[in-house]
Design a protein around this ligand. Structure first.
Ligand SMILES: [Zn+2]
Length: 312
């Protein structure tokens, strides 16, 4: 008798569970191949797959995920063949290494917070590392990848997508350049967002670099702690040499409307890592040279300056 009751009660339980699962379609999960999702995004954003940095990315993700899982509850993944993800799982962020096929809509690295993906252009990263390394080699590439992806995680932390459809190439040096040099380089809303995202990234680094932090988190954080002050010094040094003899040594133009000059961003990041009076002074000097000094130069422009006490 007990056996019959057990049999029927089990059948009822399974039936009830089946009813609950099928009656609530909102709770139903859907597994999608990651490569299908990758293809969908690349079609939308005019890009092609570029797996040339995948080994370096695969090596970077465990440390980044150690930091990200603990602080943000997010998990970066690459679209490995055969891998799937649950479309309802909002913790998964797909990293898509890509090559832009439309030069008008290219970006170096871009996060779409709502759609939960990061587009990353390996050519852009490699050329940046080569251009800005003291040794002229790619040895700093893993550290730069860590910094770049921590910045992108900062976008997810703030829930703010970056700007995509802006060419990243430097503005052409035309006859307008002289005029631009007397135009204050305002920190627009977009640029302030990028600075805020940088500070979140450095906040993650500072937390992960504390004693007692899990080794994977700690070692990733230390690479960024070492990279940022060196890159800041390096960029300032390159610029000083390039502008030797120029009257506007401290002037830092922004080449796109979306991001402040990288030298200024690195100065802020270096200061968040190590709050020294010299770091603070460097930032103050940069902001003065960008936003105040151009106005003073305009005041002395004979087309504007009409002499003191001139009465009309
Ligand atoms: Zn950004």
């Amino acid at each position: 008798m007990k056996g019959v009751w057990w049999h029927w009660s089990n059948k009822l339980l399974v039936g009830a569970l089946g009813f609950v699962l099928t009656a609530c379609p909102g709770n139903r999960t859907k597994e999608v191949p990651l490569q299908d999702r990758e293809t969908q995004v690349l079609l939308q954003k005019s890009g092609a797959r570029d797996y040339s940095l995948n080994n370096a990315l695969a090596a970077a993700l465990p440390g980044l995920n150690c930091i990200s899982q603990a602080r943000l509850g997010r998990h970066l993944v690459l679209a490995q063949p055969g891998a799937t993800y649950d479309t309802q799982d909002t913790s998964v962020v797909l990293v898509i290494p890509y090559r832009p096929t439309d030069p008008k809509a290219s970006a170096g690295v871009f996060s779409n917070v709502k759609e939960r993906y990061v587009l990353l252009n390996p050519d852009y990263i490699r050329s940046w590392v080569l251009k800005n390394s003291l040794s002229g080699t790619n040895t700093a590439l893993p550290d730069v990848l860590n910094l770049v992806l921590l910045h992108e995680l900062g976008h997810f932390r703030l829930g703010r997508t970056g700007r995509f459809d802006e060419p990243v190439a430097a503005a052409p040096r035309t006859g307008q350049m002289e005029m631009q040099e007397v135009t204050p380089q305002y920190l627009t809303t977009d640029k302030r967002l990028e600075l805020a995202v940088d500070s979140v990234a450095i906040g993650l680094v500072n937390q992960a670099a504390r004693p007692g932090s899990p080794p994977a988190c700690f070692s990733t954080a230390v690479t960024v702690q070492l990279l940022v002050p060196g890159a800041n010094f390096n960029l300032a040094g390159h610029r000083t040499v390039d502008q030797f003899g120029s009257p506007h040594i401290l002037y830092l133009p922004d080449y796109t409307s979306t991001h402040p000059n990288l030298e200024l961003r690195l100065a802020f990041m270096a200061y968040y890592l190590h709050r020294t009076p010299e770091g603070r002074q460097q930032i103050d000097d940069y902001l003065y040279a960008r936003e105040v000094a151009p106005i003073h130069r305009q005041e002395m422009d004979p087309r504007i300056f009409q002499g003191n006490g001139l009465k009309f």
